[in-house]
Design a binder for this molecule. Structure first.
Ligand code: GLA
Length: 415
């Protein structure tokens, strides 16, 4: 879609967003759709640990994509993205990766997995759009994959377990998008719960919901509005570097499977076998896993200061040991640290752009944002964006009553 249309969808309230997507569906396809919402996510702590079978602490947020979906009585399926104002038609028996438009691959990859796993997808119409910013590190891609997997499952009444849907969504990202992501984003988008973070063990996929009570503080994201082009290739490279670390350690510890099984002591004893770079990567991951567990304890006992200190430590590790930060992210974290009312700040997600996550005193939010915005503009000559986010539930069906369809009080319900 043109930039102005994109802004129109992004600026809508949640209620209007649902109605807009539903109305688009009615205008184009002239029948009543099923409605699904699927959120973006934040990650409180635990970065680049998921693909190392470690621990993460994400949460779903109040920014989501809305899907309207219903049966089609023609032979193909039709997808329409409101954000891009583009249609894609495809053969449901044989969904294939396409070069353009790229957004469709997130959905086509999901459909491919349904077919490959033996779930017979029938022709359908689907309209999608919403206000999860793309390229900001809020997992708009996971929201797309999870929402669509959930929608297909629900429409066809396949009764696929949620964990399988999460794996289907991750497969789409690996094979149709080309990023070998861990499981965190898809898990968070699908499994999020209001006012809860998820403490997820990415090895066993066992998880616990951790109530997030930030008292007088809020979560503020500062968007650098950059995504450096090496982001995806560097991500895949970091995975390889971690695997190199494991293959070195396996010579002395044949039973280890991943960095999850490694201690700082093991790394220290065998440091001569590593290049400095691989040693740094592995050290960061082992330290970060320890930090997530300690940070969960901080939140359990309500020690926000101590939690915030761990966020700074994570940033330091991501910037100097794991080397996935960039000048813009480092700048925002360093500036945030100087401001009154900020207890923690760090880059969030894969890195090389996107957002920082900050814990900021509620009545300092306005001055926090304007100070950082001005400093950022002065330094980089472009805008910083910001989002104050709340923690919400994961992918779910939206039920609308007649009154709500008229535009009053739309509230999502989990089914
Ligand atoms: C991206 C990936 C996740 C995770 C983070 C880094 O968001 O999709 O799987 O690896 O980066 O923590």
């Amino acid at each position: 879609m043109s930039h102005s249309e994109a802004l129109k969808v992004n600026e809508l309230s949640p209620e209007l967003q649902v109605l807009t997507i539903r109305n688009r569906f009615l205008e184009i396809f002239e029948h009543d759709p099923l409605l699904i919402r699927s959120p973006g996510r934040i990650n409180l702590i635990g970065e680049h640990t998921d693909y190392n079978e470690g621990f993460v602490m994400p949460a779903a947020i109040d920014r989501d994509l809305v899907f309207a979906i219903g049966w089609a009585d023609e032979s193909d399926a039709t997808l329409y993205s409101v954000n891009h104002d583009e249609f894609v038609r495809f053969d449901v028996a044989d969904p294939k990766k396409i070069t353009k438009p790229f957004w469709a691959n997130y959905l086509l990859g999901v459909a491919r997995q349904f077919v490959d796993r033996g779930y017979p997808v029938k022709p359908f119409h689907c309209v999608v759009g919403g206000n999860v910013p793309t390229g900001a590190g809020l997992s708009s891609s996971a929201a797309l994959e999870c929402g669509f997997a959930f929608a297909l499952n629900h429409l066809h009444s396949f009764n696929i377990p949620t964990l399988e849907l999460i794996h289907i969504a991750q497969w789409a990202e690996h094979h149709f998008v080309g990023v070998k992501c861990g499981i965190m984003d898809q898990f968070a988008s699908m499994m999020g719960k209001e006012e809860m973070a998820i403490v997820l063990d990415c090895r066993s996929l066992s998880y616990a919901y951790l109530p997030i009570d930030l008292k007088d503080y809020s979560i503020v994201l500062c968007d650098t509005m950059v995504k450096h082009s090496l982001a995806d290739s560097a991500y895949n490279k970091r995975r390889q570097e971690c695997e190199t670390g494991i293959s070195i350690l396996k010579k002395s510890f044949p039973n280890i499977q991943s960095l999850r099984d490694v201690s700082l002591d093991m790394l220290e004893k065998h440091r001569d076998a590593f290049t400095e770079k691989v040693l740094n990567r592995c050290t960061y991951v082992v330290q970060e896993n320890n930090r997530v567990l300690a940070a969960a304890e901080d939140l359990r006992i309500g020690d926000l200061e101590s939690f915030g200190q761990k966020m700074y430590a994570t940033h330091e590790g991501l910037s100097s040991q794991y080397e996935v930060s960039c000048a813009e992210l480092d700048f925002l974290v360093n500036e945030a640290k100087k401001l009154h009312g900020v207890i923690g700040s760090r880059m969030m997600g894969g890195g090389f752009g996107g957002c920082t996550i900050n814990i900021v005193l509620k009545n300092e939010i306005d001055s926090f944002i304007s100070t950082l915005r001005d400093a950022y503009y002065k330094n980089f000559h472009h805008e910083m964006n910001s989002y104050v986010v709340a923690i919400k539930g994961g992918t779910s069906v939206i039920s609308l009553s007649t009154d709500q369809i008229k535009g009053i009080n739309i509230s999502p319900t989990k089914q």
